[in-house]
Design a protein around this ligand. Structure first.
Ligand SMILES: [Zn+2]
Length: 734
């Protein structure tokens, strides 16, 4: 009973099923971000992953909250559940199931489970007397309450005295089996401090707890006695089981438990530890269901060193935070800055400083300056050296070779903070390495081989850092990969500020919502997005590649004009064009052999050509584009298997046409010319694209230092993370 099936290669994890008494707060966001990071990491490792979240919608507190808002309980739940769903989209949470406990399918599961526990003789009717905290939905021991019978977690609310007939669950019967469980499986509760908390609670002696309420309408009636309503926790915990059902599956326990059970990880806040680490395993034991693998309780958040509470008016609105700073920023701060499992603090000034230091300066500037040097010293390409040829005493290689495993262990043990630290250490080592080696001096001295080694090892280290950080900052990592020249499928438009994807509905592809009465709008059935689209460039399009740069010259000109030297360049070009035009006209007149159409038209044509050549000569991006176009033309006309032909043409720096058919797809060689190669790291581009990640090479390949393809043309450089300017105080909200 206490064993789990560790051999299965799937990974199922849950956030709490959040109570919908109010809109989501920062604590819920914190748990859910962490869960999403674990899910993304396990997906990188190639495991099928099921991330479950949802809302717990029954109980007295909901009934009262709805009443005070003048809504029916269901209306209230619909509004709040939608707010959760919206926030998860804003935070790039890629959940698989959103369970709502008001769904009829959930009722079927709860009733069947209740029956099993009933049949085990673990439910009886008895008298419940005691202090009840409505906010916790829990009876409190007298010894746990503060003065005036106030709940320690809700000190501004008095607990209510209750004396009623209830149904009880025989928790006391499971005292010794639970103790045995904690002994046999020391990692069942984590971290260590939570485990100790539970051990001492259980050592005090477990008391049966009531699983029904009278005078409560908003919930499922107890089957044997409909005057009673099932207690909210008995109902809510089973949301984890209901969520495992496929949308079209018959709602039975055996169906629900068939594929994903046992859950690998319940991620929770420490306030609901007892329900998950004591009540829940006992309920499962009673129903004869195997136990989950692990319960991890993280710490509480404070703001500026103070407890966060509505009374203090210092509530952090996560939706406001993410809209002002981007999801990557919020995700990174909470996972990097707070040791997961311990209490942690949010301070907006520190928030801004850390993001600027780590993401804008250390990581962003590093990439930017290195791309600049690659443009100067390596024709805008990854230098043509292989990672394997770089000596192992290279400080970046030495560090990078073990980093993948180290970070994987950190993710596995939910030590996000130390994982980030290890990655950032490599990034900082890169900055130091560049300063030490001074590639600009090496270049002057003609030591091209050394310059290549420096640039390659830095670019590769940035790639590795982006890959390993991708579960936490998927948008920034995607942008870094793009700038490193990985581009095999068209990207949706990027928003200018953060490089975040614009609302492309990418979650809707994979999100499976639990159907519920008057529920959230149902998502489409999951459809695997094609990893890339078949491209069949028409004959005429070949020449459009040659001609396109001419058509885009005005855009280049506009760009140059916007630059500081633009006006000077324009004037010089104009003079040059007039001079050349006149000279040509003069020549034509003298020889009297060239028909003169119009000196003005000729002047424009010649000026245009000179500008075009100048543009390509001056800017690396232009050279790359020309190079890429010529390569793909060569590929189409002569076939061939040169490494460069496998790499997709980088985009023109100023292409204004972002439609996939014009830019991305037509530039791809046809499918036959580029067979699906899952072991090619160059395929990997969008860390939000689950289909692409599932099809990509394994974690062991990408997390190995030295896999950046040599001579890969680099993409256009731009800041991957805009420096945050100031810390406006978070509006005290709600
Ligand atoms: Zn309470």
């Amino acid at each position: 009973m206490t064993s789990t099936n560790k051999s299965k290669n799937t990974f199922a994890l849950t956030t709490p099923v959040y109570y919908v008494n109010d809109v989501p707060h920062i604590g819920s966001a914190y748990t859910t971000i962490a869960a999403d990071v674990v899910a993304r990491f396990e997906r990188l490792r190639g495991k099928p992953v099921l991330l479950i979240t949802g809302t717990d919608e029954h109980g007295l507190k909901i009934q009262r909250a709805a009443q005070s808002a003048g809504l029916t309980p269901q209306e209230h739940c619909d509004t709040i559940a939608a707010a959760f769903d919206k926030l998860w989209h804003q935070l790039d949470i890629q959940y698989d199931r959103f369970i709502r406990t008001t769904s009829p399918r959930h009722q079927s599961i709860v009733l069947e489970f209740f029956q099993r526990v009933w049949d085990s003789g673990d439910i009886y009717s008895g008298r419940q007397q005691g202090w009840y905290c409505v906010s916790c939905e829990e009876f409190k021991e007298e010894r746990d309450l503060l003065d005036g019978h106030r709940c320690p977690l809700h000190p501004n609310k008095e607990a209510e005295w209750r004396d009623e007939q209830n149904y009880f669950f025989r928790l006391s019967k499971y005292q010794s089996r639970l103790e045995a469980l904690y002994q046999e499986r020391p990692d069942f509760i984590a971290p260590e401090s939570r485990r100790n908390e539970v051990l001492s609670f259980v050592a005090q002696g477990l008391q049966d707890f009531s699983i029904s309420r009278v005078n409560l309408e908003w919930g499922f009636p107890v089957p044997a006695d409909p005057k009673h309503t099932l207690y909210v926790w008995f109902d809510a915990l089973l949301g984890y089981v209901t969520a495992l059902l496929e949308p079209d599956q018959e709602p039975t326990l055996s169906q629900a438990l068939a594929t994903w059970w046992p859950i690998n990880l319940h991620l929770i806040g420490k306030d609901i530890l007892r329900f998950h680490a004591v009540y829940w395993p006992a309920m499962l034991m009673s129903a004869g269901v195997p136990l989950p693998e692990k319960v991890f309780g993280h710490g509480f958040l404070t703001k500026d060193g103070q407890k966060i509470s509505k009374t203090l008016g210092n509530v952090i609105d996560p939706a406001d935070l993410v809209s002002r700073y981007s999801s990557d920023a919020v995700r990174y701060y909470f996972l990097k800055e707070i040791e997961f499992g311990k209490d942690g603090d949010f301070n907006e000034t520190r928030f801004v400083n850390i993001l600027n230091a780590d993401l804008a300066n250390d990581l962003g500037n590093l990439l930017n300056r290195t791309l600049g040097m690659a443009r100067k010293y390596a024709s805008g390409c990854v230098p043509g050296v292989a990672g394997a040829d770089i000596p192992s005493d290279n400080p970046l290689k030495a560090r990078g070779l073990t980093l993948g495993e180290e970070v994987a262990r950190a993710y596995e043990s939910l030590a996000f903070s130390s994982g980030c630290e290890a990655i950032l250490a490599l990034v900082r080592a890169c900055n130091k390495y560049i300063d030490d080696r001074a590639p600009w001096t090496l270049h002057k001295q003609g030591q091209q081989r050394e310059v290549s080694e420096v640039l390659y090892s830095v670019l590769e280290s940035v790639r590795l850092a982006a890959y390993l950080l991708s579960p936490i900052i998927p948008n920034i990592s995607t942008e870094i990969y793009r700038q490193l020249g990985f581009k095999l499928q068209p990207l949706p438009e990027l928003t200018p500020q953060t490089g975040q994807r614009a609302a492309a509905g990418h979650l809707d592809l994979v999100a499976l919502k639990e159907p519920a009465p008057s529920a959230l709008p149902e998502a489409a059935a999951p459809t695997a997005a094609p990893a890339f689209e078949a491209a069949s460039p028409a004959q005429g399009q070949r020449w459009s590649k040659v001609l396109r740069p001419f058509a885009e010259a005005p855009a280049y000109l506009a760009d140059a004009l916007a630059e500081t030297k633009g006006l000077l360049i324009a004037v010089l070009l104009l003079l040059l064009a007039i001079f050349a035009g006149n000279a040509l006209v003069e020549l034509a007149r003298r020889t009297d052999r060239i028909p003169v159409v119009s000196p003005t038209l000729e002047a424009i044509g010649i000026g245009y050509t000179i500008w075009f050549i100048y543009r390509y000569a001056l800017f690396a991006a232009g050279r790359q584009a020309l190079f890429g176009n010529l390569q793909s033309l060569k590929q189409e006309f002569f076939g061939g298997n040169s490494p460069a032909a496998k790499i997709k043409t980088p985009p023109l720096a100023l292409s204004t046409d972002t439609s996939p058919s014009a830019e991305g797809v037509s530039a791809l060689p046809p499918l036959e010319a580029q067979p699906f190669a899952p072991d090619s790291p160059a395929r990997y581009i969008d860390f939000n694209d689950r289909a692409a990640i599932a099809a990509a090479a394994p974690f062991s390949t990408h997390s190995r230092w030295g896999t950046l393809p040599a001579s890969q043309p680099l993409g256009e450089a731009k800041p991957v993370f805009q420096r945050l300017q100031s810390a406006e105080p978070v509006s005290p909200s709600r």
